[in-house]
Design a protein around this ligand. Structure first.
Ligand code: ADP
Length: 506
């Protein structure tokens, strides 16, 4: 239960219901007070009307002979004389003026009304109904205000009397235009006002309660709908956390906050998936590389170990056999050295070590590499390298390694075949082309020759074949310098490698 109420859906709905309840309560209270005031005002107006009729009522109660305005004046004069003289109740005198006034007002206000007449000391001296002791009295303050003549009537007060709650108002009693000589309190039961107010309260409680229940259901429905995408994102996050990297929320792209959250979430999941895939691939590549490298190193080490065993068994004492063994051991050691150097170059490329880039003239560098090769070059050797420098931004040693590897391959796989070395400037790149008229690379090998440890089908068995790292180093170095390498080859046509490096001044 607590978990249910703690969900965002319930929290939002309950907050909104609480606000609505507060609003309804505020509005209800305001309306209730206004209605109450209205009902009281109407009742006070009726009472005031009754008081205004007082003289006419009094006249009707006078003996026939004095039933004139003058008779009424005389009655009020005698009433004021009594009140000013602080006259006390005189139950024995049924014609006492205060009793006439009380009776007149009671007749005007109806049977349920109550009347109390007070003297100047605010002592009740007559009442209607006549049991004076049981009559409820207004506060002294209200009575005094009226007695001072400060107001046409007092503010209404609710009195708790034996016959239930009464709404009471005090009015001044005066003879002619003189200041008030006493006070008359007129009261009427609040039953009908209470009934209206009680009905109003019930109506409001039922109406407000229904509105809140309805709002609760609508609120739950609407928040549930609005939060559905959020739930979907949450479920997807759980799937991802459980290892399902292909999980996506796949929500339609919408402009609202939840829509853009879902979209960003899916983007993030895409990136996580590809990062994991890249890491897995890199680990596989690394494992294969280590396995291949160990395999390549094992061959010369085994050979060296074999020769050492042979020498131990006596070959060392035969000078001829010793020479041959040392010669082969030297070759194997060289092979190992080259292999280790190649592996080191590749490791540096993988670590993305910064290269020492500087302007290098391709023509000059090609000249140096070919001149170094000296005698080893084939008879048919063309150098289409003119005098204009082809200045590229490159690492001198790296470009030398590239040229040497290409030359080495041409000599290995196209021995004696004609070679053409040319340089050019094309599309903002300095270009080195190495072509040989050799046997060409079979189509099946072509897509793989730049892969590490890849050796062509035909060359794999051959003694002079290398470790399969040469071209991957060429490619790695070219790319690391902002260039690339491509190959065109077919059996019969020969092979052309094209290396492009960024020009020094584009
Ligand atoms: P390796 O160290 O074995 O020479 P490379 O990466 O340099 O490895 O070359 C990969 C393969 O590409 C070689 O085994 C060979 O089959 C092929 N190859 C490279 N250069 C040439 C060439 N000029 N002519 C024919 N085949 C070549």
């Amino acid at each position: 239960m607590r978990r249910t109420l703690g969900t965002l859906r319930w929290r939002l709905t309950l907050t909104y219901i609480a606000l609505l309840a507060l609003l309804l309560a505020g509005l209800g209270t305001y309306e209730y007070i206004a209605l109450q005031r209205n009902l009281v005002d109407v009742r006070v107006d009726v009472l005031t009307g009754n008081v205004n009729e007082m003289r006419a009522q009094v006249e009707r109660l006078l003996p026939r002979a004095s039933r004139t305005p003058a008779g009424v004046n005389a009655l009020f004069a005698s009433l004021c004389a009594r009140l000013n003289g602080n006259g006390l109740p005189n139950a024995a005198d049924p014609t006492a003026p205060e009793r006439t006034v009380a009776a007149a007002l009671a007749a005007a206000a109806g049977t349920s009304a109550g009347v109390v007449v007070y003297n100047r000391l605010l002592q009740p001296i007559a009442s209607q109904p006549e049991t004076l002791s049981s009559a409820a009295h207004m506060s002294d303050g209200a009575l005094r205000t009226v007695l001072r003549g400060a107001a046409a009537h007092s503010a209404p007060e609710v009195l708790d009397s034996q016959s239930g709650n009464q709404l009471a108002v005090a009015y001044p009693l005066r003879s002619g235009t003189r200041p008030p000589c006493g006070v008359v309190q007129l009261s009427t039961p609040t039953d009908s006002i209470d009934a209206v107010l009680s009905a109003e309260r019930t109506r409001y409680a039922i109406g407000g309660g229904s509105v809140l229940v309805l709002a609760l259901f609508i609120g739950l429905f609407l928040t549930s709908r609005a939060l559905r995408p959020l739930r979907r994102v949450g479920e997807t996050a759980q799937q991802l956390a459980a290892g399902d990297l292909r999980a996506r929320s796949n929500l339609p792209r919408r402009a609202d906050e939840v829509g853009s959250l879902a979209h960003s979430f899916d983007d993030m999941a895409d990136r996580i998936e590809s990062a994991f895939a890249a890491q897995a691939e890199s680990e596989t590549r690394m494992r294969r590389f280590i396995a291949d490298a160990s395999h390549e190193l094992r061959t010369p080490i085994t050979a060296l170990k074999g020769y050492i065993d042979v020498m131990r068994r006596g070959a060392a004492r035969d000078p001829q056999a010793l020479d041959a063994a040392l010669e082969t051991m030297g070759r194997e050691a060289d092979r190992m050295r080259v292999l280790v150097l190649d592996l080191l170059t590749l490791a540096r490329l993988d670590a993305q070590r910064a290269m020492e880039l500087a302007p290098v003239d391709l023509n000059e560098l090609v000249g140096e590499v070919l001149d170094d090769a000296g005698e080893g070059l084939p008879a048919q050797m063309r150098r289409e390298v003119n005098g204009t420098p082809v200045l590229v931004i490159a690492d001198r040693n790296a470009v030398q390694t590239i040229a040497r590897n290409l030359l080495g391959n041409a000599l290995k796989y196209a021995p004696e075949a004609a070679q053409t070395w040319s340089t050019a400037i094309e599309d903002g790149f300095g270009v080195l082309r190495v072509h040989d008229d050799g046997p060409g690379i079979p189509a099946a090998d072509l897509p793989h020759i730049f892969e590490r440890f890849y050796r062509g089908e035909k060359t794999r068995a051959r003694e002079e074949g290398g470790s399969g790292l040469g071209l991957s180093i060429v490619k790695g170095l070219a790319v690391a310098q902002g260039g690339d390498v491509t190959v065109r080859s077919s059996e019969g046509f020969g092979t052309t490698f094209t290396v492009r490096l960024p020009l020094a001044a584009r």
